[in-house]
Every structure is written in structure tokens, then in C-alpha cells.
Design a protein around this ligand. Structure first.
Ligand code: SF4
Length: 135
């Protein structure tokens, strides 16, 4: 089974602070799934490292409905278009590889799908993909 996975969960240094957030359990997923690592913020054209960002005015569902936005925390710059573009590119990748679902890193304005619902996770849910979050 083909699944997309937030690349930072596998130890790839794509996070805003230039680091990763490796989760040991995720490496084990490779025994059962064909994993395709991706980072929606990089796919949206944002650099690594990059300033931290947050969703304001709602969650990822509201962002994809143009009712909320994503903003750089330090100076309030509007990054919404980059986050939406990255999510759309991730959906294109998922379609190309025939992915059935997504493993997402929790707590991210792109990938979160628990307490924080990010833009990419919201888009994946709206398209009916199976999703699972790792903290
Ligand atoms: S956007 Fe997703 S894949 Fe990229 S660093 Fe953040 S949590 Fe990881």
C-alpha cells in the first residue's frame, strides 16, 4: 500500500527550524507500506529553515475555503498562498503515485490533523484520504 508521509517524521531535515522530528515508529511503517516522503511547505516554495508560521482565523479547513490565512509569526507576513500551493502539490503527488493515505506530523500548520488541523491535512481529508497523525 502506497502512503504519503511527512518527511520530517523519517528524519529528513525539512522543518522550519532546519531540523527533523524523527519518530521511531514511522521507520517501522516501511515494513507494511510503500512510503513517499514529502514536505508541503517545501513544495509550496518556502525555504528551509524558514520563520515559524501559524493559522489565524480558523484552521486548515477554513484556509482552503479562503476563510482564514497562514501568517509568519514574527512579522505577520501572509504566507497563505504558499501553504495552499504546497498542499495542492502534495495532492498531485499523492494522485501520481496512487497513494491511499497520509501519515502526518502533528502540531504543524500544514500537516497537523489532531489538536491543530493544518492546510495540507485538511485538503487530504476533504479528498477522502485515510489519515493518521504522529506527534
Ligand atoms: S510541513 Fe509537514 S513535512 Fe514539512 S516539516 Fe512541517 S510537519 Fe514536516
Amino acid at each position: 500500500m502506497m502512503h504519503m508521509i511527512s518527511a520530517c517524521l523519517l528524519g529528513i531535515n525539512c522543518r522550519y527550524d532546519g531540523g527533523a522530528k524523527e519518530v521511531a515508529e514511522c521507520s517501522g511503517l516501511a515494513l507494511r507500506y510503500n512510503l513517499v516522503p514529502f514536505c508541503p511547505e517545501q513544495l509550496g516554495g518556502l525555504p528551509t529553515p524558514r520563520p515559524a508560521a501559524e493559522i489565524r482565523g480558523g484552521d486548515g479547513n477554513d484556509v482552503i475555503r479562503a476563510r482564514a490565512g497562514v501568517f509568519r509569526i514574527t512579522d505577520g507576513a501572509d504566507l497563505t498562498s504558499a501553504f495552499v500551493r504546497g498542499a495542492e502539490e502534495a495532492m498531485r503527488m499523492a494522485e501520481l503515485v496512487g497513494a491511499e493515505g497520509f501519515f502526518f506530523k502533528g502540531g504543524s500548520p500544514s500537516c497537523g490533523c489532531g489538536r491543530v488541523v493544518g492546510v495540507c491535512a485538511a485538503m487530504a481529508m476533504s479528498r477522502g484520504y485515510e489519515i493518521r497523525e504522529f506527534a
